[in-house]
Design a protein around this ligand. Sequence first.
Ligand code: PBG
Length: 327
Amino acid sequence: MNELTFHRHRRLRRTPGIRKMVRETVLQKEDLIFPIFVLEGRDIKNEVPSMPGVYQVSLDHLGEEMNRLESSGVPAVIVFGIPEHKDENGTQAYAEEGIVQKAIRQIKQTHPDLTVIADTCLCQYTDHGHCGIIEHGTIVNDTSLDLLTKTAVSQADAGADIIAPSNMMDGFTAAIRKGLDEAGYTNIPVMSYSVKFASAFYGPFRDAAHSSPSFGDRKTYQMDPPNRLEALREAASDVEEGADFLIVKPALSYLDVVREVKDETAKPVVAYNVSGEYAMIKAAAANGWIDEKEVVMEKLTSMKRAGADLIVTYFAIDAAAWIDQEQ
Ligand code: PBG
């Protein structure tokens, strides 16, 4: 028999020390962004049933949550508001005393070192639950842009460090960039939800944010899941329109898209590890079917390996503690 020739890959896996030396992707706390749901009222801290460990809090409990975040070492928060009053045009989205505006002002006052990102959308604020304005039964594009721009400017007025429009109307990045510039916020970056698919993985979020559409679905503005070239077109147009960061959402079933967007642009890419992805892990872990910590760390690391520079995740605070343990 001829002598066998082969490669000994296992040499570099022999000890924890060697494995660490050749590790190509390392998850850091600085990569993480924590989502928070803020609602009107007093003394409210509701656990979201489909998202164990995630709470909707009123402003008087926001400080505790931000203390928890700050001491975890996660540097950034993305704020979602749940208004008491919803109407056709989502007026609470851009009200000076709207819930998100108040929350942003409060966080910047009590925790000035946290980077505060405002989710800019209308769906939590409209009584029909769509991300734009409805005329004759359809979600109209250009009229919606004015309200989204007003919303972004009001969030910047409140002190938001970054504006993150998630509505998927065409031209929203250009409109918001122009609106921010005209209001004097030329230095406020736009973290655009450039590539947002019409995904079933958003289900638990819509429970948490009370934002399910009352009729129809979001398929005329969010993307069709089978499409990757369309994702590249969306990303390219957002770059042209002035986006500073590009979000790909959801993350887990779309890591191929994360990689392609990363390779095609020079912008920081953000993967949004969405509510349904969180709920699945929580449910399996609660049944003892998977090891939560191991699965979460593997999953978040895979998002970075796919090219994400940043990750929005409901696991951010837990992941920070696990990163500490490993060091
Ligand atoms: C608002 C918005 C949604 C999410 C973030 N911003 C829901 C949606 O489009 O229905 C989903 C986040 C998640 O599922 O974690 N447009």
